[in-house]
Design a protein around this ligand. Structure first.
Ligand SMILES: Cc1ncc(COP(=O)(O)O)c(C=O)c1O
Length: 396
């Protein structure tokens, strides 16, 4: 059964009057998500925040189960967070790293994670090594496996789908190499959850981080963290409060059970209830069906843009997703994005500061990033491509 795109668009207020090609930035929520968030905010206003939380406690707990279904893991392996960055920090700074340990990362490493690695080099005395890409522009899995064979790597950090292009890194192959070497894999799935299958056992990751507002179409200010059960005991959470730990004596505390030890007490209940609705919505559509449509639309947009004179598409990798990056000869990417925006086509810029290890190695300062989702239509893509053509000819 294929997706009913008309029904999906009717369910999406933002689809009515704009061409939103910024799903990799934040994808407008479908109505059930919006309604769930608003309903909880109203309840909080009517009876009080703690009282509203008590009324929804069971549903809130069940958000863990829903996310666990998306990832194919246990609900005790899921921590609800407020962003992918916060999920990544909560995992990374809890990971047992000693001075001299090596953390291996990839060219497509995301800004937040790279900043943390720079800081950890200074404060923890770790070493950080970047594995180069292969000829296709994805992480070189053979080079990684060779590096892991040397036996001194403590952790591998991989970005599944980078912010700055259509690349899908071969996460499952990386996961297999990590498993073979006995090295945990920390996978940044911020851009892949909701767009592609992200079953943790298939990917072979031990930690996974994600956000709610992108391909899952959840509310802003939501995210989650997966930590494999047997790794949790080896980790030492940094950010402690009454949710993650119990103060048991003047000098002692006991960590909460399971991944709850990575959560915080204060959080956006409305947003996280909305996240649960968004994940359930994606599961109902079927992640495989979502992936099929998004990948096909991405390929169509890429092909149409590449056929234009003066337009260069920059996506790399063997497998590609719904993110498409390009430049227009003689025009700054920010100018192109602004011009598209003034005609109702919403895109974003990927800048070197978001992905320096990759973009600076390719000699790129910034790119226009257009990202599609299941609600995108072929007609919208044709209109966007027409507009890019007119911009490239200076006649938009
Ligand atoms: C690959 C990747 N990782 C992490 C993040 C950070 O996500 P958040 O803004 O939810 O912290 C982003 C955001 O764009 C991203 O693209």
């Amino acid at each position: 059964m294929t997706l009913d795109v008309d029904a999906l668009r009717r369910d999406t207020p933002a689809a009515a009057d704009r061409i939103h090609l910024n799903h990799a930035g934040a994808s407008p929520s479908p109505r059930p998500v919006l309604e769930r968030v608003v309903r909880h905010l109203e309840l909080e206003a009517e009876i009080g925040g703690y009282e509203a939380a008590a009324r929804c406690a069971e549903e809130f707990d069940a958000v863990h189960d829903t996310v666990a279904r998306l990832l194919g893991c246990g609900q005790d392996e899921v921590a609800l967070c407020d962003s992918a960055s916060s999920a990544w920090h909560r995992a990374f700074w809890a990971f047992p790293l000693e001075p001299g340990d090596t953390v291996v990362t990839c060219r497509s490493e995301y800004m937040t994670n790279a900043l943390a690695l720079i800081r950890a080099r200074r404060t923890l005395g770790i070493r950080v090594e970047v594995i180069d890409d292969d000829v296709h522009g994805q992480i070189d899995v053979e080079a990684l496996a060779d590096r892991l064979d040397r036996g001194d790597v403590a952790l591998v950090s991989l970005v599944h789908v980078p912010t700055q292009g259509g690349l899908i890194n071969p996460a499952a192959a990386v996961g297999a190499a990590c498993r073979a070497a006995g090295v945990p894999l920390l996978l940044d799935a911020c851009q892949s959850v909701g767009q592609l299958p992200t079953l943790v056992d298939e990917l072979g990751c031990d930690i996974l981080t994600a956000t709610g507002r992108k391909y899952l179409r959840g509310p802003r200010g939501t995210g989650f963290l997966y930590v494999r059960r047997d790794l949790q005991e080896r980790m030492d959470p940094l950010l402690l409060d009454g949710q993650s730990a119990t103060w048991t004596g003047d000098d002692t505390y006991r960590l909460a059970d399971g991944a709850q030890r990575f959560e915080s007490f204060e959080r956006n209940w409305a947003g996280l209830l909305g996240l649960g609705t968004a994940v359930a919505y994606a599961l109902d559509l079927g992640v495989d069906r979502i992936a099929e449509r998004v990948v096909a639309l991405g390929a169509r947009l890429r092909e149409s843009l590449a056929a234009l004179d003066g337009v260069e598409v920059h996506d790399r990798g063997v497998d590609r997703c719904g993110i498409v990056t390009f430049t227009v000869r003689g025009r700054a990417p920010a100018e192109v994005a602004d011009e598209l925006g003034s005609h109702g086509v919403q895109v974003l810029i990927s800048d070197v500061v978001h992905a320096r290890l990759d973009l600076s190695a390719r000699g790129l300062q910034s790119l226009v990033r257009a990202s599609v989702h299941v609600t995108t239509t072929e007609d919208e893509l044709d209109r966007a491509v027409d507009l890019v053509e007119r911009i490239s000819r200076g006649s938009a």
